[in-house]
Design a protein around this ligand. Structure first.
Ligand code: HEM
Ligand SMILES: CC(C)=CCC/C(C)=C/CC/C(C)=C/COP(=O)(O)OP(=O)(O)O
Length: 302
């Protein structure tokens, strides 16, 4: 074999920092951290101390990333069987299981130390519990056991606003739990839209996602019903006096958009609607939490 081919073959196998970065599911973690930041800001009527902000976001980000890395390791065999995930660093052997687990361990230790030393113990242990909820409860058990996997497992991914809140106040609050409930209700339509598009992938990997176990039509109905539920849940922050008119208008417009896609997914014929709904769900959550932030600072006059 010519040297260049051999070199290029070795080069493709040697992992780079980009591979480790990909293991952290960076775009997912960025949105998780936006929701944590909003939880921090809504917990106080004044600006957040920069130490709490930096240490809290860093610690929650490190543990979220560690959870994502463990997910890549646990799922590397099924990832290699699916078109969407076969090219992932651990699935294709570019990063070894041992090195990935070592990376996750370092992220966890550094993240926990940061939260324990510079934030508070409640936030550290709640964040660690969320890591276990995703990396162990969801990834190792629920994902392979029940079509309700993402509903139950969604609690881990919904935790960041509560983690941000406790980072600032050192205690839990019903308003923070409302923000968790919004993401918890948002997760099923977010994921099931993608699962409809990838139904054959999950069937091939024998993962009991809802479209595989109950069919695409049932899943489309579930997406629509959860989106209706999300519209109701999103009214609660306004009804309990946690937010003002900016949030009411913004969330109502966003939820009208989500309902449009969920309705089109259920009753329309365009196969592209599933991924359009999935992509819109991400924009929906991102803009919803920005609207929460704007509403908060306008209402306290900062
Ligand atoms: C158990 C709960 C969840 C499940 C099962 C789930 C599932 C997924 C899946 C399968 C993807 C596609 C990933 C890929 O193809 O690389 C994805 C993408 C994404 N998810 Fe979720 N998700 C969940 C919760 C969340 C939460 C709580 C957030 C943020 C608050 C979130 C934000 C995102 C973002 C931003 C993307 C796009 C990532 C990219 O483009 O690389 N997800 N989700
Ligand atoms: C500390 C803390 C807040 C932890 C939560 C961290 C976290 C990364 C949540 C992500 C939710 C998510 C994208 C799940 C998809 O997993 P999947 O295995 O169904 O997706 P895949 O098939 O794309 O790997």
């Amino acid at each position: 074999m010519p040297a260049t081919a051999k070199t290029s073959q070795v080069a493709t196998q040697r992992a780079t920092w980009r591979d480790y970065y990909e293991l952290t599911k960076p775009r997912v973690v960025m949105l998780l951290l936006l929701t944590a930041l909003v939880g921090m800001c809504l917990a106080s009527d004044s600006w957040i101390a920069w130490q709490t902000l930096v240490a809290g976001i860093f610690g929650i980000g490190a543990l979220s990333s560690a959870a994502a890395v463990v997910n890549h390791v646990v799922d590397h065999r099924i990832d290699s069987q699916m078109a969407r995930t076969f090219n992932r660093p651990v699935a294709r052997g570019k990063v070894s299981v041992v090195k990935a687990l070592a990376f996750a361990f370092v992220l966890t230790v550094v993240g926990m130390a940061t939260l324990l030393l510079f934030v508070n113990a409640l936030t550290a242990w709640l964040t660690f519990a969320s890591l276990l909820g995703y990396a162990v409860v969801y990834t190792m058990f629920l994902k392979r056991a029940t079509p309700q996997n993402i509903v139950i497992g969604g609690l881990a991914g919904a935790a960041p606003p509560l983690l941000g809140w406790t980072a600032v106040t050192g205690e839990m609050h019903s308003h923070a739990l409302l923000l968790v409930l919004i993401i918890f209700t948002w997760t099923p339509p977010h994921f099931w839209a993608l699962a409809i598009h990838r139904e054959k992938d999950y069937a091939k990997a024998e993962i009991p996602m809802l479209p595989v176990t109950h069919g695409v039509s049932f899943t489309k109905t579930s997406v629509l019903l959860y989106t209706v539920l999300l519209c109701v849940i999103c009214l609660l922050p306004y009804l309990v006096g946690m937010t003002g008119i900016i949030y009411l208008v913004g969330s109502s417009l966003l939820n009208a958009g989500f309902l449009y896609y969920a309705w089109k997914l259920k009753f329309g014929k365009d196969p592209k609607t599933a991924m359009q709904t999935f992509k819109f769900s991400i924009v929906h959550l991102m803009v919803l939490f920005v609207v929460l932030l704007v509403d908060h600072y306008v209402s306290i006059g900062l």
